[in-house]
Write a protein that binds this ligand. Structure first.
Ligand SMILES: [Zn+2]
Ligand SMILES: [Zn+2]
Length: 201
């Protein structure tokens, strides 16, 4: 199934100008199986998640994570835990597991080379991630190729996400999973152990 793993809404991401409903409507209209809302440094409350999931029941699967500022760039985190980490950012990458238990959380290095360049020392950090975001709507093709060329030699698995902040950015990239995924826990498992690949819509 096809899931866009990386999107922001104006509910909790001040840099986004798209409402949750407008975002999800676009994915429903395009027949995408699932969409993740990954706000900056915050995750929606369980009550908020349930409410919007109910509204779109049977139309699309909606998942929730964070995009967290770390000393190693942005990290998409999907977790069974939902701590309030806003006052703790940037969180050192090696301290993420004190907030998010590794066994029940999935970590994706978002847009690795959006602002920086490859360095050999990055290779030692790759094992901290379950996957690397290769396709990102804020990256040009040249930057995507740069990421691929530098990291593909290592044992990494790639994902895709639109990183939507506005209507015009939605539905660009996603991740195709072999598994059928309905819940956040299943998504975490699929990112950690399943088969998937980044795709362009
Ligand atoms: Zn980011
Ligand atoms: Zn983002």
């Amino acid at each position: 199934m096809l899931i866009d793993l990386h999107n922001h809404t104006n509910k909790y991401s001040p840099c986004s100008v798209i409402s949750p409903e407008d975002l999800i409507d676009i994915y429903v209209k395009n027949g995408i199986d699932g969409v993740c809302i990954t706000e900056h440094n915050i995750v929606w409350s369980v009550e908020e998640q349930l409410l919007i999931k109910k509204r779109y029941e049977g139309k699309i699967k909606i998942f929730f994570g964070y995009e967290i500022d770390t000393d190693f760039g942005h990290v998409l985190v999907f977790s069974a835990k939902a701590p309030d980490i806003k006052s703790k950012i940037p969180i050192p990458l090696n301290k993420l597991n004190t907030f998010f238990p590794v066994k029940t959380s999935a970590f994706i290095w978002a847009h690795p080379y959006r602002w920086s360049s490859y360095h050999e020392s990055h290779l030692t950090k790759l094992s901290d991630f379950d996957a690397i975001e290769l396709y990102n709507g804020n990256l040009g093709l040249e930057r995507i190729k740069y990421t691929y060329d530098n990291l593909r030699k290592n044992y990494v698995r790639f994902t895709g996400g639109s990183d939507t902040h506005a209507v015009s950015m939605a539905c660009k990239y996603g991740t195709k999973f072999d598994d059928e995924i309905s819940t956040n826990d299943e998504l975490i498992k699929a990112i950690k152990f399943g088969n998937f690949k980044p795709v362009e819509y």
